[in-house]
Design a protein around this ligand. Structure first.
Ligand code: GLU
Length: 442
């Protein structure tokens, strides 16, 4: 007999943005489908009329697309399939497997939960047993005419030929109900794989307290979809060795549900930052520049007004220093703006010091005259100044760095000054001489 073709679904409820947990469920379904040569369907579980919103449907679709998770069919909206659920609820009533009952909000249909023991073999967790007698008859069709989650989900899984249900383990307690519905309808149940929880860094629930939780927020913070996907994939799964940087193709190649761990995974922001910075470094420069554009524009930069090739040099000089696309501007804004903010501590420590004003005066004079304003000529010029004074280069480097960047840490000083240009460099040194190094402190 031919192997059954894999067909899985990602079925979010549009009651919020796509968060990390949902993205992982989507990713594992996608990886499994691609690995098996099967298909993935997107299903919107919008039967909770009070909490479902169109804007969340858009958010979910956009976030999936951004992550590179594509689906082969759908989206299917449960709210447009009420007739199907009605028909099957009627069938269950006729077969004596469900009944009308008077509830607080009106007449609803309840499913008769069998009292028997039931078992299923979870692909990740192994055999799981339930005692049906401990589960009460549950509502499948609400008084408002909409199906409940357990019913709509099961009907759709059956109707659309889902072979594997891959979802978070918060749904484990729903599984016996869904299996019971399959049995009552006389159909073969799908196989189940319940993914372990994702915990926050502190071991508690993943929550906003520790930063972003939705995919959209990570996107806005400047994480690359490649990095976030790689990171999320490793929340519960490993390719079978110690590798952490795993390309999309490799993930598809080695993804197996059997290799998903049973224990909860921890979200680690430091690791995500590390991974993101490595992915940033691997991008071809023109691709990286393209991705930086929206962040620069948002910060008020007009890239088309920058000198040809300048931005590329700024990026290349800082490539090892920024962890996210948004970080780039935070790190380099002093190169873009006329005025900069000075770190008061740095000013105190490096500029308000005996001898510094005099030294900066000399540097100002030397830099006004130096021919060319490139790394080599700057280095020669400044080395000349320190040699003339018989002092180490360090004595000049820190005050000058603070004067031109406002901070104590920056990329190479000569390269930075070259990118800043003569005019800005000189005006910043003058500004510092006037503001921070008044006569008296000399
Ligand atoms: N709508 C459910 C959720 O968002 C999906 C559960 C399932 O995959 O069966 O959690």
């Amino acid at each position: 007999m031919a192997e059954e073709k894999v067909h899985v679904r990602f079925s979010p409820s549009p009651t919020g943005s796509l968060h990390i947990g949902g993205a992982r469920t989507a990713l594992y379904n996608w990886l499994f489908a691609r690995h098996e040569g099967g298909t993935l369907s997107l299903r919107i579980e919008d039967t909770d009329q009070t909490r479902s919103e169109d804007r969340f449907v858009d958010d979910i679709k956009e976030s999936l697309e951004w992550l590179g998770i594509d689906w082969d069919s759908g989206p299917i909206f449960q709210s447009r399939r009420l007739m199907i659920y009605d028909r099957l609820a009627d069938m269950l009533i006729e077969g004596g497997k469900a009944y009308w009952s008077d509830e607080e909000k009106g007449r609803a249909v309840r499913f008769k939960m069998p009292d028997s023991e039931m078992e299923f073999n979870d692909i990740i967790r192994g055999p799981i047993k339930f005692d049906g007698s401990l589960i009460e008859d549950f509502v499948i069709r609400k008084a408002d005419g909409y199906p409940t989650y357990n019913f709509a989900c099961t009907v759709d899984d059956i109707e659309t030929g889902i072979t594997h249900v891959i979802r978070g383990d918060d749904h484990i307690t729903n599984t016996p109900k869904q299996i019971a519905i399959c049995e009552a309808l006389g159909v073969i149940r799908p196989r189940f794989a319940h993914l372990p929880m994702i915990l926050g860094e502190d071991g508690g629930r993943l929550s906003k307290r520790y930063g972003a939780t939705s995919v959209k927020e990570y996107r806005e913070l400047g994480y690359l979809p490649e990095a976030l996907t790689n990171f999320i994939a490793l929340l519960g799964w490993a390719p079978g060795d110690d590798r952490e940087m795993v390309s999309r193709e490799e993930m598809i190649k080695c993804f197996e549900l059997e290799r998903v761990g049973k224990t909860s995974a921890r979200f680690n922001n430091t690791k995500l930052d590390w991974m993101n910075s490595l992915y940033i470094r691997q991008l071809p420069t023109d691709d990286l520049l393209r991705r930086l554009m929206p962040f620069l524009r948002k910060a008020g930069v007009e890239p088309e007004k920058l000198p040809e090739g300048w931005l590329q040099k700024v990026v290349e000089l800082h490539i090892e220093r920024f962890k996210t696309l948004a970080d780039f501007y935070v790190l380099t804004s002093f190169l873009f703006t006329d005025e900069i903010e000075y770190d008061p501590k740095a000013v105190e420590k490096h500029l308000k010091k005996d001898g510094v004003p005099d030294l900066l005066q000399e540097v100002h004079a030397a830099l006004s005259k130096v021919e060319g304003f490139d790394t080599d000529s700057l280095e020669k010029c400044l080395r000349g100044v320190v040699e003339g004074r018989g002092i180490g280069f360090g004595k000049l480097a820190q005050p000058l760095r603070v004067a031109v960047t406002g901070k104590t840490v920056s990329a190479g000083l000569f390269e930075t000054m070259e990118l800043l240009g003569r005019e800005k460099t000189l005006s910043r040194i003058s500004h510092c001489l006037n503001e921070f190094c008044r006569a008296g402190s000399v």
